[in-house]
Design a protein around this ligand. Structure first.
Ligand code: ADP
Length: 303
């Protein structure tokens, strides 16, 4: 396991940002998905040792988050959500500076800075002052800064924030290239489903400071929530109401299909019981695939 957290809690004064987070993250690219305010940035900062949990513990690549934040920063590259630019520097000086901060000798940091700037597509612009960079270039520079010390794992906090469609496509392509490398693991926080879908193989969904779902993306889609499509006759509202009372999320389509998302407390045969009680006849009944969007909506309760 690359990352493990046990029962981690953290508050900013009265605001409980993380409320008993337990998770395990393995190899490859993992998405940390959740709406704004879910606690994603706080979680990344706890993993980096920047913030200390009030309760709980954890390991990042074997380093204790409570005792070894220095060890963690050597093996982790961090791309923060907020800008971290130092005015008056060009990209080479900026990137090399971060290399030195994570313990690289100056000459090596300089050499690596050139390499990673070319890798993220800023080779030509590497001597320009950062003030002149576009939003997309700044985002790629933050990625270069996170890669400069050759980390084993990368934390990317909202990497597509504030980008236009072109900039977004470019950064997602870069991330996909990074995640295809076997020796570099990535944890990507985002509130955008498609970003995660495009780049990750596993997923943690965070909502209101708690883990709402976690696991392999494909498996989560298949198993976690059962979605059935039904057509019934004789419905006057009682069936849908009965479904909602049992905590099923229900959608109806224009062509009369009822989509029912079952919580784990309701079984498929219960649907027939509820239909019978409501006096409707089931004419069509199939199990359907839940998309990541369905899963996200179901776990965080948004439509
Ligand atoms: P996310 O990254 O998922 O948007 P955050 O970790 O930034 O979530 O925030 C989690 C919660 O903690 C939110 O309610 C947010 O308002 C609050 N919060 C975050 N940073 C601070 C801070 N420095 N001071 C007070 N509250 C904060």
């Amino acid at each position: 396991m690359n990352i493990e957290l046990r029962n981690v809690r953290f508050s900013y004064g009265p605001v409980q940002a993380l409320d008993g987070v337990t998770l395990q993250i393995g190899e490859g690219a993992c998405g940390l998905l959740g709406p704004n305010g879910a606690g994603k940035s706080t979680l990344l900062k706890i993993l980096l040792g920047f913030l200390r949990p009030s309760l709980g513990d954890g390991l990042v690549l074997g380093h204790d988050i409570l005792k070894d934040s220095f060890g963690i920063r050597r093996v982790v590259g961090y791309m923060p959500e907020d800008d971290c630019f130092i005015p008056g520097l060009d990209a080479v000086a900026f990137t090399a500076h971060f290399g030195e901060l994570s313990g690289m000798p100056r000459a090596e940091a300089m050499k690596r800075a050139h390499d990673v700037l070319y890798y993220v597509g800023l080779g030509e612009a590497r001597y320009r002052l950062l003030e002149t960079y576009s939003a997309g270039m700044k985002q790629r520079l933050k990625l270069a800064q996170a890669l400069v010390h050759d980390p084993k794992i990368l934390f990317l906090d909202e990497p597509t924030a504030n980008l236009d469609p072109q900039g977004r496509t470019e950064i997602l392509e870069l991330i996909s290239d990074i995640t295809s490398k076997k020796d570099l693991h990535v944890l990507i926080s985002s509130h955008i489903l498609t970003d995660i879908e495009q780049t990750c193989t596993s997923l943690v969904i965070l909502n209101k400071g708690k883990v709402a779902a976690q696991g392999d993306l494909a498996a989560l889609r298949e198993v976690r929530f059962s979605l059935y499509e039904m057509k019934v006759v004789g419905e006057s509202g009682a069936f849908l109401e009965a479904l909602r009372r049992r905590e099923c999320r229900v959608e109806t389509t224009e062509d009369g299909v009822i989509k029912v998302y079952l919580p784990q407390t309701v079984e498929r045969r219960d649907l027939f019981g509820l239909a019978g009680d409501a006096g409707v006849q089931v004419r069509h009944f199939v199990k359907s695939r839940t998309s990541l969007e369905d899963l996200f909506a179901r776990t965080v309760g948004v439509d």
